[in-house]
Design a binder for this molecule. Structure first.
Ligand SMILES: *[C@@H]1O[C@H](CO)[C@@H](O)[C@H](O)[C@H]1NC(C)=O
Ligand SMILES: *[C@@H]1O[C@H](CO)[C@@H](O)[C@H](O)[C@H]1NC(C)=O
Ligand SMILES: *[C@@H]1O[C@H](CO)[C@@H](O)[C@H](O)[C@H]1NC(C)=O
Ligand SMILES: *[C@@H]1O[C@H](CO)[C@@H](O)[C@H](O)[C@H]1NC(C)=O
Length: 445
């Protein structure tokens, strides 16, 4: 019993001290006895509002834990030139305010209240990548629970810097980062935590983004590295937001028309080489393609060299090459029919080895475009079939070919032109196939 006295005296002393000294224990309990008669009494919260300039903790060496989460509600714009992503976030912050607490039983069962946010201390959590002033609307409120847990939600339009790689445009994916961090407080005063799991954030965001805009949300990941700035350690949470472009607009407006033009260009090789139409036709195509490129320039990213630009450049060069080929063949045919130069012996024997006398006759100039065009078409097969047959010039004469040496020479040159045309056409097709396959393979990786 003797030893009990000092303990009891200590308890009494503690009670006296705690009643006298402010800032300890029950002093922060809000007296809400009159709330049911006159609404919330501002005087009851006055002491809390007066302290809004300070971090709401009793012991200043205990950090405030701020739980954050967000919902991505819209992806507004991705600007490849400025490397900016504009999006809309609903940011949720939760923390404990040690200055607020009340007993709901005394307070007509009120267990939470909304308080205008400008009267409260707010954590200065912001997005590091943001390149814009915070555009939150004024006059937001926070929800306060009877244990002093604050819940503060606000919408933010974030224009954040993001390293955009448009090489695979329009089949590109981007990985943008939102780093939440306190502007001023180090780990000693603010710690960041998560309010929800990251998959919950992803799911709600995905459900919320109703817009069928250009970008689609793929997923959100998070990492929580702390950041040293000088000797200060800051807590931060990084969210990696992966988004993908919906390519259908670009496929329909860019790739399909361009592919059609190149296909027509390839098919125009089947216009007979003697026809006057082939070169003008190809020039028209080339002109059309240039107009198409001019019109579609707005759809392309303004910076960098995406693969699609290389594709367009290659399509254009294919058309130019095919026009050059037509010019070459036309020149060859013109030379053959007006003043055929003497033919080198190796070319002569090569031609005789590879062509049949029948073709030699039907390919005679003046016989009409249709026949020549057909010869040209079938010319693809014949050299293979006739290898080893080796019809000589005598045989050709026996078969009824005109005997004059000049006509013979003209025929041979015309023959040679057609062979060159076929050969170059095949090279062209080979080049085109290689390039298309390369581009497709690159786009798929
Ligand atoms: C609360 O305030 C009322 C007057 O507004 C007062 O009568 C009551 O004693 C106070 N209660 C406490 C626990 O301080
Ligand atoms: C404040 O908290 C620190 C660490 O938890 C503790 O060492 C210190 O005694 C506390 N101060 C008071 C006045 O309670
Ligand atoms: C923050 O989240 C952690 C775990 O998710 C939880 O234990 C803690 O109470 C939360 N704090 C606040 C202020 O919401
Ligand atoms: C985004 O980039 C970060 C690192 O920069 C990486 O850890 C993360 O896995 C990437 N996310 C996706 C979906 O590629």
């Amino acid at each position: 019993m003797e030893g009990g006295w000092p303990a009891g005296g200590g308890f009494l002393l503690y009670l006296t001290v705690s009643l006298l000294l402010p800032g300890k224990g029950d002093t922060f309990t809000i007296n809400c006895s009159g709330f049911d008669q006159h609404g919330v009494d501002p005087a009851a919260f006055q002491s809390v509002f007066d302290r809004k300039a300070f971090r709401p903790v009793v012991n200043n060496s205990i950090p405030t834990r701020v739980n954050i989460s967000f919902t991505l509600s819209a992806i507004l714009e991705v600007n490849a030139q400025l490397q900016l992503l504009t999006s809309f976030l609903w940011m949720n912050l939760m923390w404990d305010n040690a200055f607020i607490s009340w007993n709901p039983e005394e307070c007509v069962s009120i267990d939470q209240l909304t308080v205008s946010a400008e009267n409260l201390w707010l954590p200065d959590v912001f997005i590091v990548e943001s390149m814009d002033v915070d555009g939150a609307p004024p006059g937001l409120t926070a929800i306060v629970s009877s244990e002093g847990r604050m819940k503060y939600d606000r919408p933010v339009r974030v224009t954040s810097i993001c390293n955009l790689d448009i090489f695979y445009f329009p089949f590109d994916q981007q990985n943008c980062t939102f780093t939440f961090s306190s502007f001023l407080h180090t780990v000693d005063s603010i710690l960041l935590g998560m309010d929800k799991e990251v998959w919950e954030i992803t799911d709600t965001s995905r459900n919320l983004i109703q817009t069928q805009g250009e970008w689609e949300l793929l997923g959100i990941n998070k990492a929580t590295p702390k950041m040293w700035v000088g000797s200060n350690l800051y807590d931060q949470i990084m969210f990696y937001v992966a988004i993908r472009r919906r390519p259908s607009l670009y496929i329909i407006n860019l790739l399909v028309p361009s592919g059609f033009l190149v296909a027509i260009d390839a098919l125009s090789f089947y216009l007979p080489a003697e026809s006057e139409n082939r070169a003008p036709f190809k020039i028209t195509l080339l002109l059309g393609y240039n107009v198409f490129l001019l019109m579609m320039n707005d759809l392309l990213p303004a910076t960098g060299t995406p693969l699609i630009s290389v594709y367009f450049a290659l399509c254009l060069s294919l058309m130019v090459i095919s026009l050059l080929e037509t010019i070459f063949i036309t020149h060859l045919l013109h030379m053959a029919t007006t003043q055929p130069p003497p033919m080198p012996w190796w070319l002569h024997s090569l031609l005789l080895n590879c062509t049949s006398p029948w073709k030699c006759c039907s390919a005679a100039p003046g016989k009409g475009n249709k026949g020549l065009g057909l010869t040209h078409l079938h010319g693809v097969k014949e050299p293979v079939e006739l290898v080893g047959k080796m019809p000589g010039p005598r045989e050709a004469e026996l078969n009824g070919c005109p005997g004059s040496p000049r006509t013979h020479l003209v025929n041979l040159w015309v023959q040679f032109s057609h062979m060159m045309d076929t050969l170059l056409f095949r090279l062209y097709l080979l080049f085109m196939a290689t390039f298309i396959i390369t581009v497709i393979v690159l786009w798929n990786t």
